[in-house]
Design a protein. Structure first.
Length: 223
């Protein structure tokens, strides 16, 4: 009988225990209106099986690394500046999403509203609230791990290239919650892990910080 009541008590606790990851994400969205950080990105492509002379050979997965700086200002501005191994800048200015490839001297411009719906940027830089995110993603609390609270976000749009995004957050209601890790799985099985460091919350940016002007001589492609 005692074991029976203990089981019921544990079950009730599980029902009434707040979802740590979702609470942390909601706290982050409410308390952080701007921020900047350094980031490192590890992209792992799935191993492929090739058939040679009627023998299947499995190739090793390809791994690429990059690093740079990230800034954002809610509700609709952010900037990724990749510094290594190749220079590339991605800027959302509130209207247009710009991508500048330095080596190619090429700029791609897309309407921001059409480009950001179910993307990682929506999770960390453009969403106003948890409710707003739920319009684009199915959000699920995940177990705490590695000192972080986790949320799994699955895009509701089926035609996108993102399968799922796992968001790792750290901090408390007292110290503030900050973004620590993004794990992105795309429809091709490619996994990207973006780790953030030297995070600063609620930073004051200059009025033109998220403006972008295509460099002279660059090819500009508008989509």
């Amino acid at each position: 009988m005692l074991k029976y009541f203990a089981t019921i008590f544990i079950a009730i606790q599980a029902i009434n225990t707040p979802a740590a990851g979702l609470n942390a994400l909601e706290n982050f969205l409410k308390s952080t209106q701007s921020g900047k950080a350094e980031f490192s990105q590890l992209v792992t492509s799935p191993a492929k099986t090739e058939v040679k002379s009627d023998t299947a050979e499995k190739t090793t997965a390809k791994v690429k690394t990059s690093s740079g700086a990230f800034e954002f200002l809610r509700p609709n501005r952010f900037k990724f500046v990749y510094k290594k191994p190749f220079e590339q800048t991605i800027v959302a200015d509130g209207t247009t999403l710009w991508l500048f490839d330095v080596d190619l001297n090429q700029v791609t411009a897309r309407k921001q509203a059409q480009a950001l719906g179910s993307t990682p940027a929506a999770l960390i830089a453009t969403a106003a609230s948890l409710k707003a995110l739920e319009a684009e993603f199915k959000l699920q609390d995940a177990p705490d791990a590695n000192g972080l609270q986790w949320v799994i976000a699955t895009p509701k749009a089926k035609e996108g290239q993102i399968q799922s995004i796992k968001v790792g957050l750290k901090g408390t209601a007292d110290t503030g919650v900050s973004l620590s890790v993004l794990e992105i799985l795309d429809s091709f099985g490619q996994r990207s892990v973006i780790s953030f460091s030297n995070v600063e919350r609620n930073v004051t940016f200059g009025a033109d910080n998220f403006n972008f002007k295509p460099p002279a001589g660059a090819d500009v492609i508008r989509q």
